[in-house]
Design a binder for this molecule. Structure first.
Ligand code: DP6
Length: 331
């Protein structure tokens, strides 16, 4: 028997990540397994802190309480958090409900994806609160089941997540290289503060269902992933940058060909992408990526980050521009 007086509160802190080789599409929707391998950098500047407190006053009917930035959250976000808690409760053999408090320390109320850091922090804090002695690998697999990109946020530095084999719920991310491996930065230019219309989950499911380019994306993605991985290990910025842009635009092309189109570009996005191209023609090694939103994230060496930041600010197209570095895993 677990001594319940010694458990009941778990806290964790996790950083978001940006994929250099993109995950888009699922091989198994029920287990949330990715159809393609992906590789990301965990970023120090985008942090989520989560506290899970077991509360005897909350019965099964009242259910769990989920607060985001001190406000109660319902809908899809809450459902996914409760599903993760249910899985941890089943393992712990403990039915008690929990109060989940999540605070995002993101540069602004930005619409930047916080689900990766959020579910990485939640899996870790829930395991602590329910007294489950889980390895990082298990926590990564639990976070992946809630949001596949979250599996990568358990680890710091450069992290990969393989494509999933249908039915294998143990899939977890793993480290390719630690944060100190390479002095690169991601400069994040926010194109808009509007909430996105289509979540990454809905966007990729629609793409898989209706885009004639989805099979081509799934066929090409492992090649982009290998180029990115080899480039990261060799600290070859051009190799990583070229493959990252190919992965990004192929992912967005597959989404654009869905019916109706899944489009994340905004007018400002094109201006920011052009800025990065013109930096490159001026000899600055800088490469763009985008996720399920209009923001442009630029990969460059730390020594060029300030120049890249200034150029993006000077376009007038960004509402905020921040520099992030490779950061730590969950704490
Ligand atoms: C474009 O991890 O948010 O950011 O597993 O359905 O929760 P779910 O999707 P999610 O998708 C992230 C997609 C992406 C690319 C990436 O991070 O690899």
């Amino acid at each position: 028997m677990t001594d319940r007086s010694t458990i009941g509160v778990g806290r964790a802190r996790a950083c978001a990540n940006i994929a250099l080789a993109k995950y888009w599409g699922k091989s198994d929707e029920t287990l949330n397994l990715p159809a393609v391998p992906s590789l990301s950098i965990t970023l120090d500047a985008l942090v989520t802190e989560t506290t899970v407190t077991l509360d005897d006053a909350l019965d099964a009917r009242a259910g769990d309480v989920v607060l985001f930035d001190q406000k109660p959250r319902d809908g899809e976000d809450k459902t996914r958090a409760v599903e993760l808690l249910d899985r941890v409760r089943a393992i712990a053999g403990d039915e008690r409900r929990a109060r989940v408090e999540t605070v995002n320390h993101f540069p602004t109320a930005s619409g930047l994806a916080s689900s990766a850091s959020g579910f990485a922090a939640l899996a870790t804090a829930a395991a602590r609160a329910y007294g489950v002695d889980a390895s990082l690998e298990q926590l990564s697999a639990w976070a992946r089941r809630s949001s596949a990109s979250a599996a990568r946020s358990l680890y710091g530095g450069f992290v990969e997540l393989a494509a999933g084999v249908v039915g294998d719920d143990s899939l977890a991310a793993r480290v390719v290289a630690p944060a100190e491996h390479w002095d690169v930065c991601i400069v994040i230019a926010l194109a808009s503060l509007k909430r996105k219309k289509t979540s990454s989950r809905d966007g990729m499911i629609e793409t898989a269902k209706t885009s004639p380019y989805y099979p081509a994306w799934v066929a090409c993605a492992p090649g982009y992933f290998r180029e990115v991985r080899d480039g990261v290990l060799a600290r070859d910025l051009e190799k990583v940058g070229v493959a990252m842009e190919a992965s990004t635009f192929a992912m967005h092309a597959s989404a654009l060909a869905a019916r109706p189109a899944v489009r994340y570009y905004a007018a400002a996005t094109a201006t920011l992408l052009e800025c990065v191209e013109s930096l490159r023609s001026d000899g600055v090694a800088a490469y763009s990526t985008m996720d399920a939103g209009p923001h442009v994230k630029v990969l460059c060496m730390r020594s060029d980050a300030e120049r890249v930041r200034e150029a993006l600010v000077a376009t007038g197209a960004a509402v905020d521009v921040r520099v992030a570095r490779p950061g730590p895993g969950v704490q």
